[in-house]
Write a protein of this length. Sequence first.
Length: 95
Amino acid sequence: MGEHERTGVFRLGPPPVRDPQEVFRYTYQALAEKGYDLLLASRNAEKLARLAEALSKGRGVRVETLAVDLTAPAAPEELLSFADSKGFAVDVLVC
């Protein structure tokens, strides 16, 4: 989580959008603004790269990406293995 202190439970308030993809983006932005490093996973590597670049700009957080089909049976293990290899400890899971 970078150099920021964890504050335990926090509330984001209602997202200003209804599109599920935009709700995720809103959530990721809120986490990044609170100083959380992010590990983003999705099938689309290009979209992940663009999102990671936008989220990391000017926030001082680390954003890693993994292109993976999260519906595949091996996906959870692949995600955990990737997180471990990058030194991530999972504090918050958004799915």
